[in-house]
Design a protein. Structure first.
Length: 116
């Protein structure tokens, strides 16, 4: 299978264990690694033979803004399930970044990656 990557999809979500996270929200960033057959699109040069990146990124933004969910693992699962159902994907890898996670120690990022 071929790979298609979309990185850095950003939106404000209201996910987390703490009340203030679900009340105030914070930045979430999502990266996607999609496995699908791109041969037809490569030969035809037609958008109809591949995934619509604009529609896919808009859907991810919408899902980040939905919820709230307590865990980023849940958000990743929601994104993976939704995209697999809506687009013709063999497999999907979803990474959800929570760079502002309130863990009590300065960190650059906390993320979870799932493969479905």
């Amino acid at each position: 299978m071929d790979e298609l990557r979309i990185t850095g999809i950003q939106a404000r979500g209201f996910h987390g264990l703490f009340d203030f996270e679900q009340r105030d929200g914070q930045l979430f960033i999502v990266d996607l690694l999609l496995h699908l057959d791109l041969k037809k699109a490569g030969n035809s040069d037609s958008i109809e033979d591949t995934v619509d990146y604009g529609a896919m990124t808009a859907r991810v933004k919408e899902l980040i803004e939905s919820g709230p969910y307590r865990l980023i693992e849940r958000l990743a699962e929601i994104i993976a399930t939704s995209l697999k159902e809506e687009f013709a994907l063999s497999t999907i890898e979803v990474t959800v970044h929570k760079p502002e996670a309130p863990v009590g120690v300065k960190v650059d990022d906390i993320s979870v990656t799932i493969r479905r």
